[in-house]
Design a protein around this ligand. Structure first.
Ligand SMILES: CSCCC(=O)/C(O)=C/O
Ligand SMILES: [Fe+2]
Ligand code: NI
Length: 255
């Protein structure tokens, strides 16, 4: 089967059928189908065609594998941020705290794994993820004032709200930090990342990164093919990738 498929004939498709078919024939995609196609696909819902295409686009960015998804866990700490201008390195939780479930992050295309960072140099689980999702490039960045050239300047860049034309994949090998992502309603969600946390942010999502109060993070950066680090600061709404990303979200809202 081509991935993503070029066309999908909606007429005979019912959701139960879609799920049974994918479980039987392409089981590695059934989880994704369950997530993305819980709504009845009917002839009377023309938006479904568009949604299916958008979902395939999103899924082809995030990848799908029964091997890698087996290792997803819901341990990551995430919450809606307050609006205060205090030090960005503080947690910025609301009072009372409003945690964000992992499923809500998945709905905006953010995916997470928990790995054993002590064995990252020879970790079969990491190898599976890399092979499965085509992460051919890998390097390591240490974000610390004594290790990273132009440290202050880089921190400013990381914290400027931006998007990329490709997926951003980071695996924290040591230390910790916060990734902030915008949800569908443009609210900031803060994702606390520490040793062993791996995350992918979809192309086109507005996000930023900041150190936390430990001021130290060592991270693996992964990429499909030659890395492109270029960041497009907000506003970047005219970029095609932004529109594609927004379309993939609209899909979730008609489900
Ligand atoms: C811990 S990795 C540093 C942050 C980064 O690389 C990035 O691209 C943020 O958007
Ligand atoms: Fe980035
Ligand atoms: Ni980024």
């Amino acid at each position: 089967m081509d991935w993503p498929p070029q066309s999908v004939d909606l007429n005979p498709i019912e959701p139960i059928w879609v799920r049974s078919f994918t479980r039987a024939v392409i089981p590695q995609y059934s989880w994704a189908f369950s997530l993305n196609f819980p709504f009845p696909i009917q002839k009377s819902r023309p938006e479904a065609t568009f949604c299916i295409q958008a979902s395939f686009t999103l899924l082809s960015h995030v990848g799908c594998s029964n091997v890698t998804y087996l290792h997803r866990q819901s341990a990551m700490d995430t919450w809606y941020m307050d609006d205060s201008d205090e030090d960005q390195r503080l947690p910025h939780k609301l009072d009372p705290n409003q945690p964000v479930p992992l499923e809500d992050l998945e709905k905006i295309g953010v995916f997470y794994w928990r790995l054993n960072a002590d064995i990252y140099e020879n970790d079969p689980q990491l190898e599976n993820i890399r092979k499965d999702r085509g992460y051919s490039f890998m390097d390591i960045i240490t974000v610390h004032k004594d290790k990273l050239p132009n440290y202050e300047e880089k921190l400013k860049m990381f914290y400027e709200e931006h998007l990329h034309l490709d997926e951003e994949i980071r695996y924290i090998l040591d230390g910790s930090g916060y990734f902030d992502v915008r949800n569908k309603d443009d609210r900031w969600i803060r994702i606390a990342m520490s040793k062993g946390d791996m995350i992918t942010l979809p192309a086109g999502i507005y996000h930023r990164f900041t150190m936390d109060e430990t001021n130290y993070a060592k991270a693996m950066r992964l990429f499909v093919g030659e890395p492109v680090w270029k960041a497009y600061n907000r506003p970047a709404d005219d970029l095609e990738i932004r529109q594609k990303y927004l379309n993939s979200l609209k899909c979730a809202s008609v489900m």
